[in-house]
Design a protein around this ligand. Sequence first.
Ligand SMILES: CC(C)(COP(=O)([O-])OP(=O)([O-])OC[C@H]1O[C@@H](n2cnc3c(N)ncnc32)[C@H](O)[C@@H]1OP(=O)([O-])[O-])[C@@H](O)C(=O)NCCC(=O)NCCSC(=O)C[C@@](C)(O)CC(=O)[O-]
Ligand SMILES: NC(=O)C1=CN([C@@H]2O[C@H](COP(=O)(O)OP(=O)(O)OC[C@H]3O[C@@H](n4cnc5c(N)ncnc54)[C@H](OP(=O)(O)O)[C@@H]3O)[C@@H](O)[C@H]2O)C=CC1
Length: 425
Amino acid sequence: MSHAHRNARIPGFHRKSPQERLRIVAEFAGLDSATTDRLADTGGLDLDLADRLVENVVGSMNIPLGIATNMKVDGEDLLIPMATEESSVVAAVCNAARQCYDAGGFTTSMSGTLMIAQIQAIDVADPHAARLRVLDRRDDIKALCDGCDPVLLKFGGGFRDVEVRVIDSLGGPMLVTHLIVDTRDAMGANAVNTMAETLAPHIAQWTGGRVYLRILSNLADRRLARAHAVWPLDQIGGAEVRDGIISAYHFAAADPYRAATHNKGIMNGISAVVLATGNDTRAVEAGAHAYAARQGHYGSLTRFETTKDGALSGSIELPMAVGLIGGATKVHPTAQASLKILGVTSAERLARIIAAVGLAQNFSALKALATTGIQKGHMALHAQNIAMMAGAVGEEIERVARILVERGTVRQDVAQAVLQELRGA
Ligand SMILES: CC(C)(COP(=O)([O-])OP(=O)([O-])OC[C@H]1O[C@@H](n2cnc3c(N)ncnc32)[C@H](O)[C@@H]1OP(=O)([O-])[O-])[C@@H](O)C(=O)NCCC(=O)NCCSC(=O)C[C@@](C)(O)CC(=O)[O-]
Ligand SMILES: NC(=O)C1=CN([C@@H]2O[C@H](COP(=O)(O)OP(=O)(O)OC[C@H]3O[C@@H](n4cnc5c(N)ncnc54)[C@H](OP(=O)(O)O)[C@@H]3O)[C@@H](O)[C@H]2O)C=CC1
């Protein structure tokens, strides 16, 4: 069917109700009523709330929420809510946590809850002298920043420091002011952006330059979450498994093609908890990848080595700008439920738990890759998706998936053939 007559220029779409928008979309895309009913069913998320969270809402996209078991973090047993569409991600965390549980689980720490806001000034005649002029204004800067957010101050946050960098750019030297702000239990984007915008005219005046960008940096390297765990050899299957995992880490550390996949595996776990708690997945992902490239070479976010007793030691360190206040966290009921399951009362605790989940996820992926290969465990769980894609429903899904795994060919064409056999029988 030709869609040449369709017109996507729809003035005032944003002023319509979600129902009215859905009617327009259905007409535009030729959706049948089953599809529009599916979109209209928000799975319990209040449509009014959805419509306030983002723009031009017509429905909601539901993602499964799984619970990772076996996690012990800083001596506390935890159940971890994870929102993900990918099979075997939740199982992998359970599996890694099980293998270090008796050895004490994960120990974590955090460098602080400091965010950085950047103010860009160009056309500064004397950038190095201007840098000192800005630094001399530290007290004024502190007063201006703290004046922006009395609530944050009340909770012990606020301005902490100012740094000024002269960077070489394609357009010549650029003066970049960093405001370092403790945002406590908020991710802090709005607080630091407000401070940067408030300060900008003063920076222009003090430097004699022109100010353009005033925005936080997602390379939140003053907000590093760290986690560590030891996996005893008898839990993981021996020295060869340990050495395979360490060699996999060496591969990622040496090669960006591998590091991208290695870190993607880590983010499987991290993004799932970030999303489950209503935090900003893109902010955390940007921070993680920028941190992985901070030495001018994109490498691994984790490290694996042998302890003096021969066990496997794993650690992770990455920026973790997550909050309990603000964003969708406070208003999304599932995010609130996730926080209740975790029992966290500070953004720092949440960040540390998320780092531990990233390390667990990486351990399981590397162990699978260094031993049986990823397909065995991952595809066994993914087989149910393949069975559904082939048209299996109800009890057929489990039966088809089991046969696919037994035959060692988790493919859609095989699933279709198996389904036909079952239905013919
Ligand atoms: C899949 C497993 C866990 C099977 O592992 P297994 O050893 O075959 O399973 P098992 O039946 O012996 O069970 C062991 C434990 O795993 C957990 N477990 C086992 N099955 C389930 C399940 N259905 N639901 C929840 N938890 C499960 C559970 O904790 C269980 O203990 P138990 O509860 O029995 O005491 C294992 O093969 C594994 O960890 N694989 C790694 C999977 C993975 O990394 N998936 C991520 C997706 S692939 C990807 O995107 C990233 C990647 C791989 O490219 C990253 C990279 O390259 O670095
Ligand atoms: N590049 C990026 O990553 C960007 C991300 N964002 C988005 O910003 C959102 C997060 O913004 P964020 O600033 O965290 O949220 P909010 O501005 O919604 O909430 C933070 C505010 O809550 C108040 N507050 C109340 N209690 C506390 C407490 N205990 N600790 C700290 N603050 C407290 C503070 O003061 P007060 O009430 O006075 O405000 C604080 O400024 C996310 O949705 C993110 O997607 C936006 C722009 C850019």
